[in-house]
Write a protein that binds this ligand. Structure first.
Ligand SMILES: [Ca+2]
Ligand SMILES: [Ca+2]
Length: 471
């Protein structure tokens, strides 16, 4: 039995022994939850690691929230990351590693209760809109688990065919200001639906999830968000280094070439195209920030303002050129690190920064404990973050695992990132001196003890892949 399972059993014991609600008070007064998922938002603006990105609404929300500086996804692409969050089970136990696998239609998730279903079984009113699972579910399952028709909407709007820039014919890798009405964006339509939900009176406590499609590509956004930035003076990412891959094993090179065309056409070979895409990514960040702000403002004007947990998380991070790579689908810091914050009723511990490593699979057991939900059928792999919400500065010795395939995994402690590939090759980065993960220390004998201690967290086995596509 590996250490993760041991933790899970400990957690189970904690639930059975202490059903009292640490955050919620009495069962009759359980908190509502407003969950907002941002898609592909990395740490650029959220933790100020790229100059100039404007996220005024998230900045204000942080003043009322516990913000996690070391939050990491369980899987570095949309579908598998969300499968891990909504099942509470790590990718190496489900085989949901890649997009396009539809893991909820395969064992074990086809018979695993989702977090939404658990809220529903626990007496909550469930409400959802936008990009939530990003995978097909069995017929009728999605409709049954939400009280509303969970309108999705898709990635658009797209530019008309032939007008894509900088790569003609690539509908997704574009950056273009949009002059149509805001309602051309599914995010805005889903926002309106969420605002209307929050304005109504509900008898039961609710679990409302708003899944945004931005800042994911295509980088279309209302023009006012592009106007916040000067395209020609967008800085190239501070974490970029031309020779960065020289000390990376071949498997890392392969991952950095998943979208080879994009890097080769719009990366270092064409800095104007690179700045153009950075301009779009920044605008898409600010658009998503605005959408988050409108939803939270609607909550704060509603009767639910004082008894609602707000949780905001991104499903994965994002490279904008670091490690000669665009997008996600690697297990480096740029793909793995995600924005995450929780605002508790009464703004308890608001304005604090928790530096302990946490994982997106911790969301499931956290909400189970914080909301006093029924006991789930599955044994979640994460740990409830309630102790960190109570005391963001307490000790926490659990690292965060990010997995992208059978045997492709990283282990992130508060200071180090250790990576292991299926052929046994490794990387180690010391974030105390190397926040951009430039210098691979895995072969340095001085770090043998560190490598050994992080290796101890590796899964003993990996579930066979449920399929899907790279990227
Ligand atoms: Ca994503
Ligand atoms: Ca390097």
């Amino acid at each position: 039995m590996n250490r993760i399972r041991v933790f899970s059993f400990r957690l189970l014991a904690t639930w059975l022994a202490a059903p009292a609600l640490l955050l919620a008070g009495q069962a009759a007064n359980r908190p509502n939850v407003l969950m907002i998922i941002v898609d592909d938002m990395n740490h650029y603006g959220f933790h100020d690691t790229y100059p100039g990105i404007q996220l005024p609404h998230l900045d204000a929300l942080k003043q009322q929230s516990i913000t996690f500086s070391h939050a990491y996804c369980a899987a570095p692409v949309c579908g598998p990351s969300r499968a891990a969050v909504f099942s509470g089970i790590a990718p190496h136990r489900t085989g949901a590693y890649l997009n396009g696998a539809d893991p909820w239609r395969q064992a074990p998730l086809n018979r695993t209760e989702s977090l939404v279903e658990l809220f529903q079984r626990s007496g909550y009113l469930t409400f959802g809109n936008g990009k939530v699972f990003h995978a097909k579910l069995d017929d009728g399952r999605l409709e049954k688990m939400f009280s509303n028709k969970p309108y999705a909407g898709g990635f658009g709007p797209f530019m008309p065919e032939g007008e894509e820039k900088p790569i003609p014919g690539d509908r997704f890798w574009i950056a273009e200001p949009w002059d149509g009405p805001d309602e051309d964006f599914p995010d805005v339509r889903n926002l309106h639906s969420t605002q209307e939900f929050l304005a109504r009176e509900h008898e039961e406590p609710f679990f409302a999830v708003l899944g945004l499609w931005r800042p994911h590509t295509p980088f279309t956004a209302p023009r006012r968000f592009f106007d916040l930035y000067d395209e020609d003076s967008m800085p190239l990412p501070p974490g970029y280094r031309e020779d960065d891959l020289e000390d990376v094993p071949p498997e890392g090179h392969r991952l950095s070439r998943i979208w080879g065309k994009r890097w080769d056409l719009t990366g270092a070979s064409d800095p104007d195209a690179w700045r153009h895409m950075l301009w779009g990514y920044a605008a898409a960040h600010s658009f998503a920030d605005w959408t988050v702000g409108q939803a939270v403002e609607a909550l704060d004007k509603s009767r639910y303002a004082k008894n609602t947990i707000v949780i905001i998380w991104s499903d994965n991070g994002y490279h904008m050129g670091e490690k000669n790579h665009f997008e996600k689908a690697t297990v480096w810091e740029m793909s793995a690190r995600t924005p995450m914050l929780l605002r508790l009723p009464g703004n308890k511990n608001g304005g604090t920064l928790c530096e302990r490593p946490v994982n997106s699979i911790d969301i499931f057991p956290t909400l189970v404990e914080a909301c006093g939900l029924e006991h789930p059928g599955q044994n979640p792999d994460g740990a409830s973050l309630v102790p960190l919400l109570e005391n963001p500065f307490r000790e926490w010795n659990r690292p965060a695992l990010t997995c992208y395939g059978e045997g492709i995994i990283s282990v992130r402690s508060e200071r180090f990132r250790y990576i292991r590939y299926p052929d046994g090759t490794e990387e180690l980065y010391d974030h105390a001196t190397d926040p951009n993960e430039w210098k691979n220390l895995a072969g340095d004998p001085g770090y043998k003890a560190v490598v050994d201690s992080l290796r101890a967290w590796l899964p003993l086995r990996y579930a066979p892949s449920l399929g899907g596509r790279n990227g």
